[in-house]
Design a protein around this ligand. Structure first.
Ligand code: ARG
Length: 594
């Protein structure tokens, strides 16, 4: 691309990754030149996205300069000459509104996406990414279901949000280690061991470990209601497990291994993977003991009928048991030891826990305890929480397993697709397609609003093709993907240096799409600050809408002027690359056909 005039560089910006940084710098330069002693950097921090139809807006009062806003505004406006970056400025009360040079905006953005995308394997575009996390290590724990208990919506949300965050940090240059911290330890395993003697079946276990162990657990709990000896027996089992008695551990090992195997398959369907499967069972005794000792020295431990209690009332975090009377460990203590071990093993710069807001107190307690123990890294721990979800049921009843949710998403979607027979028959692999679209629906519903909001699981709404739903998003991508198949005479496109985009300049539809594409690197940065997937979801829908309103106006097939048709084709394929990148960031696999 014929390069744009040089600009001074503003710290924290990178025009080679985000071309809008260059345009913002050009605006800031005008503002700071006109309003001394305002520095370029100060001016830059005041350049915000504009509202409806305005590219960028500067709110003058924020600079706290002497003089009336009208005077300040006229200083900027009076000598204004359009240049390669900025086309116009208008003054509205305390605001200055800037419009960018359309032609250079369009060329600049399309070239930039191309530079980050061309000749890279699918899904490997670096457009939107940045290097802010270079050299830094993130440990992120998410999903973390309990073996032999149900996989509830809380776990599903943790999985979806966690996978997004892991992708996000990678996109920002961090070295990311993802952990699944299984609930694979605790008194309930004594219960299962007890139940397994009576109800266990090797065959069932191998067929579906997750389901079988759950069934055994339900059964033995029923027995325990009428027979108090069951709990005593179970406690004995767990005691032996904690003591490392190999004969008490053999079965447990198999249960864990088979459950993990099944989980790996199911996560794979969700396009989710973990670097490490760890669990409560992995946490060593050492640090748990040391933590107790240290807190005791600080006078924070009291003995209650043999159980050890920590008193965190001073910090409004209540009291909590750290060790049971029979000496066995507890969830909270394992989290303390676990955090320390994570640090020893990974030396992280940040450690994130994606856990439901129902456990806010629990997490605050163990974070506090680690601070009291004066670990210098204790302030690197971060809890990313999220609200409750109601009613994750299937047509057959309440879902208790992840594979039930996946199957339900698929079958509801499948039924829906079947209603349009003609289209349905054209789909190559309706099973896989309906599963992918169904999963997209689940994920989008989950990430569409702020994490902390509660929502009600609703199959009809999330799997509709209308409205801002997962299926709609997949449809938008598929339509973009099909444009190449429908116009083979335009492909492959010539190198961008041979493409003339000037025919796009007069179309506001093209400009709207391009401006959104240009904003994607900022969307990624904002998500990094907020840890919210919803901004990325909103971006994907805005882009999908902008593209959908362009179809009628910017036609490709039927456009006889080849130069024009090619420019439009380039616009759409670029839009597709960025839409796909945003979907992948959300852990969604963009479909080619449906
Ligand atoms: N397994 C726990 C549960 O299902 C979630 C674990 C959350 N992570 C943690 N480090 N405590 O409630």
């Amino acid at each position: 691309m014929a390069s744009l005039p040089p600009l001074p560089s503003v710290p924290g910006t990178d025009p080679s990754a985000c071309i809008l940084d260059a345009f913002r710098t050009a605006i800031a330069q005008r503002v700071s030149d006109a309003l001394p002693p305002l520095t370029l950097e100060q001016a830059y921090s005041g350049v915000d996205y504009g509202k409806k139809g305005v590219d960028f807006t500067v709110a003058l009062p924020r600079f706290r300069l002497p003089g009336k806003v009208d005077e300040l505004a006229s200083k900027v406006i009076s000598n204004f000459q359009p240049d390669e970056y900025v086309a116009s400025v208008t003054h509205d009360k305390a605001f200055l509104h800037f419009q960018l040079n359309t032609s250079n905006l369009i060329r600049g953005v399309l070239h930039q996406v191309y530079d980050h995308t061309a000749n890279k394997p699918e899904g490997k575009s670096t457009y939107g990414t940045n290097t802010s996390g270079k050299g830094k290590k993130l440990v992120i724990e998410y999903s973390s279901p309990n073996i032999a208990k149900s996989f509830h919506v809380g776990h599903l949300r943790s999985t979806i949000i966690g996978a997004f965050l892991a992708n996000l940090y990678k996109a920002c240059g961090w070295d990311v280690v993802s952990l699944n911290y299984l609930g694979d330890w605790g008194t309930q395993f004594g219960m299962i061991a007890t139940g397994f003697e009576k109800y266990g079946s090797q065959e069932q276990l191998e067929k579906d470990a997750i389901k079988h162990l759950y069934d055994v657990y339900v059964q033995v709990n029923k027995d325990a209601e009428s027979d108090p000896s069951v709990k005593v027996q179970a406690a004995g089992w767990f005691r032996r497990m904690e003591d490392g008695d190999e004969s008490a551990l053999v079965n447990w090992r198999v249960w864990r291994e088979l459950s993990v195997k099944k989980y790996i398959e199911e996560y794979d369907r969700l396009n989710v993977a973990f670097d490490v499967y760890t669990g409560e069972s992995d946490v060593g005794k050492d640090w748990q003991d040391k933590a107790l000792q240290r807190l005791d020295e600080m006078g924070l431990i009291s003995d209650e009928k043999g159980a050890k209690l920590v008193n965190l009332e001073k910090w409004k975090l209540g009291r909590a048991i750290l060790r049971k009377a029979d000496g066995t460990s507890i969830y909270l203590t394992r989290d303390i030891g676990g955090a320390i071990e994570r640090y020893e093993k990974f030396n992280f710069d940040k450690s994130i826990y994606v856990v439901s807001s129902q456990q806010d107190l629990h997490i605050a307690q163990f974070f506090k305890i680690l601070k009291l123990m004066e670990f210098p890294w204790a302030d690197r721990l971060e809890h990313v929480n999220y609200g409750l979800v109601q009613g994750m049921s299937t047509r057959k009843g309440t879902a208790v397993f992840l594979d039930q949710i996946i199957r339900e998403a698929q079958s509801v979607m499948h039924d829906q697709m079947k209603r349009n027979e003609e289209k349905y028959n054209a789909i190559e692999d309706p099973e896989t397609t309906s599963r992918e679209v169904g999963i997209t629906g689940v994920k989008i519903q989950d990430m569409a609003a702020k994490r902390i909001n509660n929502y009600t699981f609703n199959w009809d709404r999330m799997l509709s093709f209308e409205g801002d739903t997962g299926p709609y998003l997949q449809y938008a991508h598929v339509r973009l993907a099909s444009i190449g198949r429908k116009n083979p005479h335009l492909l492959p496109l010539p190198h961008p240096s041979q493409l003339d985009t000037s025919s796009l300049d007069s179309f506001s539809h093209a400009r709207d799409i391009v401006f959104l594409l240009g904003s994607y690197p900022d969307v990624v940065k904002v998500a990094m600050k907020t840890h919210e997937p919803s901004g990325v979801v909103t971006f994907a829908f805005r882009l999908a809408h902008a593209i959908s309103s362009a179809w009628e106006v910017l036609i490709v097939r039927g456009e006889e002027d080849l130069e024009k048709a090619r420019a439009r084709m380039w616009l759409y394929t670029t839009a597709r690359d960025v839409l796909a990148a945003s979907m992948r960031l959300l852990s969604i696999r963009p479909l080619e056909r449906m």
